[in-house]
Design a protein around this ligand. Structure first.
Ligand code: CA
Length: 236
């Protein structure tokens, strides 16, 4: 099950944020940086929802919406830097379903997209399954890294970590079973390099272990490889 969202936005940084946010919610996206290419795609392909920037370099977002309304009733959400009432009225008259005013947070965007898909009825089951997939992947994983808020979850619970601890554990989670030397691990930290590096890393690992233990006391997911360093055990 995959929901396809077409994104027409000329600012790459905003488009990147949108594509990443949708992906994190298991939605597929197709991005166009200009109106004409986006419009051609919309007229020839299927999609579940479209996000259109009003201020595009070639044709306006309103034009695109008017042109696709002839063959599609799929939800249209306008992205606008302008919050003037006049835009909203014009947009709603030509068949937009919602507005998102820039700047917006990734969470706000995905919440609005999901709400629209729900409101537009036929995708109810799909929206439900997207939400389920997302929750399941967070809960079922022993470790889950939420890059957006820089938090690591362990058996579904947030581990409260210092910045150095976060960086060390993040590296280990991204490469399970790989043995990291103390020197490598110290490159992830903001600690001053020096002769006490080994002991500093040992202290960080000890602290991480203690924090993980408060969440689940029966397991120690970090393995000490004497003479080499540390690795995360294979826990899948
Ligand atoms: Ca723009």
């Amino acid at each position: 099950v995959s929901i396809k969202v077409v994104v027409i936005e000329d600012e790459p940084s905003i488009a990147d944020t949108i594509v990443y946010a949708l992906k994190s919610e298991n939605m597929e996206s197709v991005w166009f940086s200009n109106g004409n290419d986006g419009l051609q795609y919309l007229l020839q392909n299927t999609f579940d929802c479209v996000l259109i920037d009003i201020g595009l370099p070639d044709i306006s977002g309103f034009e695109i919406c008017k042109k696709i309304r002839g063959n599609s009733s799929k939800p249209v959400i306008f992205l606008t830097a302008r919050s003037e009432e006049i835009d909203k009225v014009v947009g709603l008259e030509i068949g937009a379903d919602d507005y998102i005013t820039k700047p917006f947070s990734p969470r706000e965007l995905t919440a609005r997209v999901k709400a629209i898909l729900r409101r537009c009825g036929n995708s109810e089951e799909m929206v439900k399954s997207v939400t389920l997939i997302n929750n399941a992947s967070k809960k079922d994983q022993v470790f889950y890294i939420d890059d957006e808020v820089m938090q690591i979850f362990y058996f579904g619970q947030v581990v409260v970590l210092s910045k150095s601890e976060f960086k060390i554990l993040e590296a280990m989670i991204k490469h399970p079973r790989r043995v990291f030397s103390r020197e490598e691990l110290s490159s992830f930290t903001s600690d001053e390099p020096g002769f006490s590096m080994e002991r500093t890393i040992d202290a960080h690992i000890k602290s991480i272990r203690n924090k993980l233990k408060t969440i689940k006391g029966s397991i120690d997911p970090i393995e000490t490889r004497r003479g080499f360093g540390y690795a995360l055990k294979d826990m899948v």
